[in-house]
Structure formats: structure tokens, C-alpha cells
Design a protein around this ligand. Structure first.
Ligand SMILES: Nc1ncnc2c1ncn2[C@@H]1O[C@H](COP(=O)(O)OP(=O)(O)OP(=O)(O)O)[C@@H](O)[C@H]1O
Length: 452
């Protein structure tokens, strides 16, 4: 990465030199008047500007400096402008701050203090840019609420868009916390039934003897304690979408009843004598291997086939390229706002740990981890210790050199393409390879020129 650009607007040649010298870790660009300053701003787009208020043709006043400030902010509103002004100009410096300058520093300048102000401004600018990028990603999100840049997830989202308008029964496969319910809601929202209800039931969370009544409802007096008629979840979803989570946990006796409903599309409330026609779109989900359960006799084969007219697989978080860090920023934004805390940055170590960790609990685990970190961390930064991630044991999962190399190659290639927004020339430059080499790599990994 190149140095951060710093535009110094200062008409005194001696001071220009001094500033250039004390900011050697920045790429310092100097301008001695308004016109040059605006031209340099245009050309270099520096995130930070130090601005002397006394510029020619008004070196003893502040009019020219204030006018320059206003033009800079009109052209590049995110720029952090730090006023460097003489003691006698304090009131003008304050005026500049009220016009949108980031801060002011009095002459004679103290390099160490000014360096601190510039570094802080730089950090703030970086966070604001990152936040803007996040908001854009969220706005561009292929499905409302789903934050991802991973090619596999983007493919899944395209699948959801294709399947949503049909009435096919969909089975979502994915580990716990990987976003199955979010995808089910996406199917509902993009489908023709979006104005009706989305009703979800988790078969694993309800005791087996209550699940039947939860699903099909009951008439008054159907069993002890059935004091009034209660509609089941399937009936409540009539016209809309019915989401059956953890379908693998359903008891065999209920599996038969569910199968009958899927075949005939009628229900009978417990204790009722009437068949009630119901028109719902069924989506189900499981983290279990249903085929294996069928072999063991724990799940009905005919029901499995009924349920999986279309199967969509949600990749676990550890297999999504770039998503752990992306989602961490997304949740950090959300929880900082919810907790009324100023936006915190992740330390470099914290981001590395987030990318490294395997996330067995997937997005839900990451979401909880970031929530806890935002609440618990004391400073303006979320450090690796705030995350409270377990220390990872060394696994011997991947020791085949070609596999490891292939996986690493794929990962950096997708990251470069994502970072350059699909621009092949830029991505090749980032990777330090030629364009034809990048095309070869993309071909090898089956990645299309335009990111999915
Ligand atoms: N890609 C994503 N972008 C943003 N938030 C996500 C994403 N995936 C999941 N989440 C969030 O993570 C949490 C868990 O997701 P969800 O409940 O859909 O997972 P699940 O697979 O249905 O979990 P379970 O198997 O435990 O029922 C939710 O708060 C959800 O909003």
C-alpha cells in the first residue's frame, strides 16, 4: 500500500519544508495558494489537508483561507481539513471549524502534536470510508439482509432469486447459524406470496408431543388442557410461506402426517373432523444428513423426496472468502449504533484472528462475538483479546501441498478481484501477475471475468 496523501496548503516556503520534513511517513503534496490547492486536491484526492488561513492575496487575513476551506469541502466533503493558524487568528480558526474543518492547530506548530491530530484525522477518514463501503455492500446486497462477497454465496443468492417465484418446495442445507432462516425469508420476500405471512417453526425446539398441535392446531376439548380452538402454524401461514426448521428432528409419526399434508394439501386440526385446504409454500431446513437418516430408518424416504424438490446449500462461514471480516464490520456498525457507542475500529490482530478462526457456529457465533466485543471493550478499538476467541489447536486438516496452494491461490485471486471490483487489469496488478496469467488462473478455478 502507498503512503497516505497529505496536502499542505501553506504559503511560507520555510514552513512548507518543515511540514514536509516532519510528515515523512505521508506523501506530502504542497500548495501555496487557493488555486494550486484545489488543483492538487483534484489530482491527488488526499484524505487530509493542513490549511493555513492566511493565504495570498490576503496573507494577513483569513478570507482566502476560509474560502479555500469551503471549496475543498464542497469538492470533497469527506476530506479532513486541519487549520494551522497563528495565535491572533484563533477566532477565525474556530469559524473554520464551524464551517466544517476537522480541527485546528496553533502556530508555531509542534510537530508531535500536529502529527497526532493528523493521525487521528486519518483514522477517522479511514473508518468513514470503510463504513461507506459497508453501506454500499449492504445496499447492493443480492438479498435483503444478506451480507456477502463470497462467490459461492452470491451463486446461492442467484439461486434463491430464480427459485423464489416458483411454488416448489425448497430444502435448505447448511450448518447451524449459517443463515438458513435468512435465506428462507429471502425466498418468501422475493416470491408471489410476500404480502402474506411467513411462519417459522423449529422442530428441534418444541417437545415432540406438542409439535403436532403446533403444526396442525386443535379444536376446543381435543385433549386435556385444550381450553379453546387454536390454529396451527401451517394454517396460520395459509397463502404465505411455511418454514420448517430442523426437519430432521421430527418424530416418525409426525413425518407421516406432514407427508399427507404435502400430498393432499389439507390439514385436520386435532380433535377436528373437517379437512381444511391450505395453500402454502413450504421451505424446510436441516443441518443433518437426511439421506443417512433414511438409511438408518430415522427419516421417511418418501417425505425426503417430497421436501427436496429443490435443494439449496448454504456454505459454512469458514468456506466463504472474505466474509468473516466483512460481516464483522457489518455487525460492528450495527452494534455500535444499537449500543450508542462511537464507531470502533478493529485492530489488525483482531481482523487477522477473525479471518483465521473457523467459526463452527457460523454467522450467529460471529454476530454474538462482535456484540460481546462492542459491549465489553473499553477503548476506541476492538483488540484481539476483546473477541475472546478460543485459542485454536493446530489441525492437520490440509497438509497436501497442492491443495493448500490451490486454496490459497483461489482465495487471493477472489480477494484481488473483489478489491478491484472485477477490474482484471487492477486485479492482475494487485496480484503481481500479468493479465493472461490471471485469466489462466480464473479459468483454472472456474471463475468468470465478471464476479458473480
Ligand atoms: N450473510 C449474512 N449476512 C448478515 N447476517 C446474517 C447472514 N447470515 C446469517 N446472518 C445472521 O446470523 C444469524 C443466524 O442466522 P439464521 O438464524 O438465519 O441461521 P440458521 O442457519 O437458520 O440457524 P439455525 O440452524 O441455528 O436455525 C441471524 O441473526 C442472521 O440474521
Amino acid at each position: 500500500m502507498g503512503k497516505t496523501k497529505l496536502l499542505v496548503v501553506e504559503d511560507d516556503a520555510g514552513l512548507q519544508k518543515q511540514l514536509r520534513w516532519s510528515f515523512d511517513e505521508y506523501e506530502v503534496i504542497v500548495a501555496g495558494d487557493r488555486e494550486t490547492a484545489l488543483a492538487q486536491l483534484h489530482r491527488h484526492q488526499p484524505p487530509i489537508v493542513t490549511l493555513d488561513l492566511g493565504l495570498p492575496p490576503d496573507p494577513d487575513g483569513a478570507n482566502e483561507g476560509l474560502a479555500t476551506l469551503q471549496q475543498i469541502l464542497a469538492l470533497a466533503p469527506d476530506t479532513k481539513v486541519i487549520i494551522v493558524s497563528g495565535n491572533q487568528q484563533r477566532s477565525n480558526a474556530l469559524k473554520a471549524v464551524s464551517l466544517g474543518a476537522y480541527d485546528f492547530h496553533q502556530k508555531p506548530f509542534e510537530p508531535a502534536t500536529l502529527a497526532l491530530v493528523v493521525a487521528r484525522a486519518c483514522k477517522l477518514h479511514g473508518m468513514q470510508q470503510e463504513n461507506r463501503r459497508m453501506l454500499q455492500i449492504e445496499a447492493e446486497s443480492p438479498l435483503a439482509g444478506i451480507v456477502t462477497r463470497d462467490p459461492g454465496m452470491l451463486r446461492l443468492c442467484r439461486g434463491v432469486e430464480k427459485v423464489a417465484p416458483s411454488s416448489a418446495t425448497v430444502m435448505l442445507l447448511g450448518e447451524s447459524g449459517s443463515g438458513k432462516e435468512l435465506v428462507a425469508r429471502g425466498l418468501h420476500r422475493l416470491g408471489a406470496r410476500h404480502e402474506r405471512r411467513f411462519v417459522a417453526i423449529n422442530c428441534a425446539a418444541i417437545p415432540a408431543d406438542l409439535l403436532e398441535s403446533e403444526l396442525f392446531g386443535h379444536e376446543k376439548g381435543a385433549f386435556t388442557g385444550a381450553g379453546q380452538q387454536t390454529l396451527g402454524k401451517i394454517e396460520l401461514a395459509d397463502g404465505g410461506t411455511f418454514f420448517l426448521d430442523e426437519i430432521g428432528d421430527m418424530a416418525p409419526s409426525l413425518q407421516a402426517k406432514l407427508l399427507r399434508f404435502l400430498q393432499e394439501r389439507v390439514i385436520e386440526r386435532i380433535g377436528g373432523r373437517r379437512e381444511i385446504p391450505i395453500d402454502v409454500r413450504v421451505v424446510c431446513a436441516t443441518h443433518q444428513d437426511l439421506a443417512a437418516m433414511v438409511s438408518d430408518g430415522r427419516f421417511r424416504e418418501d417425505l425426503m423426496y417430497r421436501l427436496r424438490e429443490i435443494v439449496l446449500e448454504i456454505p459454512p462461514l469458514r468456506k466463504r472468502v472474505g466474509d468473516p471480516a466483512l460481516l464483522a464490520h457489518h455487525f460492528r456498525n450495527r452494534f455500535c449504533q444499537a449500543e450508542g457507542r462511537p464507531l470502533m475500529a478493529f485492530s489488525v490482530d483482531a481482523i487477522a484472528a477473525i479471518e483465521e478462526y473457523q467459526w463452527p457456529g457460523n454467522v450467529r457465533e460471529l454476530e454474538n462475538c462482535i456484540k460481546r466485543s462492542v459491549i465489553m471493550s473499553d477503548g476506541p478499538q476492538i483488540g484481539v483479546d476483546d473477541l475472546g476467541l478460543p485459542v485454536m489447536e493446530n489441525t492437520d486438516a490440509a497438509i497436501n501441498l497442492r491443495e493448500v496452494r490451490d486454496a490459497a491461490e483461489y482465495k487471493v485471486m477472489v480477494m484481488a478481484l473483489a478489491r478491484s471490483d472485477g477490474n482484471i487489469v487492477k486485479a492482475a496488478h494487485l496480484l503481481g501477475v500479468s493479465r493472461p496469467t490471471l485469466y489462466d488462473l480464473m479459468h483454472h478455478h472456474g471463475v468468470k471475468a465478471q464476479l458473480p
